[in-house]
Write a protein that binds this ligand. Structure first.
Ligand SMILES: O=C(O)C(=O)C[C@]1(C(=O)O)C=C[C@@H](O)C=C1
Length: 98
């Protein structure tokens, strides 16, 4: 691929637009995760739900249009769920969250 400077800028601008969506979706996901944590605290359920994570990975990765990216997607998605669990732990331990 032979790009000029202006095309590079266009690509980067497109990436930035996607990143903005990701920031918003990331925050929305964590907000929902915190609500789930509140339920788990009350119901005395563990934070880590292995069966649920496996189901998430199975069902969500099926949506991929490029199957060749499945392992990379799972790597990213697993990290997302790990962060989600960290936030839930923080909340349940009553640590400051802002
Ligand atoms: O579904 C839950 O029970 C959640 O707490 C959400 C979530 C996730 O972020 O997807 C987080 C932790 C669990 O191990 C499973 C899934």
């Amino acid at each position: 691929m032979d790009l000029n400077e202006s095309e590079l800028n266009d690509l980067r601008n497109n990436i930035r637009e996607i990143d903005k969506d990701l920031v918003s979706l990331f925050e929305k996901r964590l907000t929902l995760s915190k609500a789930v944590a509140a339920y788990k605290l009350k119901a005395e359920k563990p934070i880590f739900d292995e069966a649920r994570e496996e189901k998430n990975i199975r069902e969500v990765s099926e949506l991929l249009q490029h199957v060749s990216e499945k392992q990379n997607f799972i790597r990213w998605y697993t990290l997302l769920m790990d962060i989600s669990k960290d936030i839930q732990k923080k909340l349940i331990l009553g640590e400051k969250d802002d």
